[in-house]
Design a protein around this ligand. Structure first.
Ligand code: RB5
Length: 150
């Protein structure tokens, strides 16, 4: 199974730890990020990562920018994407279990590599609870998005 990784210049600092963590969980990394601190636009990277998730090529996406905020806002514009901005393991567990989040975002200038690695492992290894009430709420998210388009 594959995980799409994307980062801008604010996320380059966390790249290596993030790649190691994804691979340690048994996933292959599809790298859509940059290796330098050259200036790029985070919406472009988020769009590429999200398209790999919605197409089914990748099971999950991991996005990193300076705060994680720009990437998470951008990712949540894509229909079918539920992106959680994470800075703790409890939220990583709950967003997989309750929201069935398929993309997560991190702030490269907010958290360090050790915490980032734990959050990613928690996110990738936690299943969706499959409870009816959670699926019902997720279905409503998609309805809201469709209504906005109409
Ligand atoms: C880039 O400097 C920075 O704006 C970006 O990484 C991110 O933090 C945006 O939300």
């Amino acid at each position: 199974m594959k995980v799409a990784l994307g980062n801008d210049q604010g996320g380059t600092i966390l790249r290596e730890a993030v790649i190691n963590s994804i691979q340690s969980c048994g996933f292959e990394v599809v790298d859509c990020g940059i290796k330098t601190e050259d200036s790029v636009d985070y919406p472009d990277i988020a769009k590429e990562v999200c398209s790999k998730v919605t197409s089914g090529e990748c099971k999950f996406g991991v996005l990193i920018c300076g705060t994680g905020i720009g990437m998470s806002i951008a990712a949540n514009k894509t229909p079918g994407i539920r992106c959680a901005l994470l800075s703790d393991c409890y939220s990583a567990t709950m967003t997989r279990s309750h929201n069935n989040a398929n993309v997560m975002a991190l702030g490269g200038r907010v958290i360090g590599p050790e915490l980032a690695s734990l959050i990613i492992a928690t996110f990738l290894m936690t299943p969706f609870s499959n409870e009816e009430r959670h699926q019902r709420r997720i279905d409503k998210l998609e309805i809201v998005q469709t209504e906005e388009i109409e």
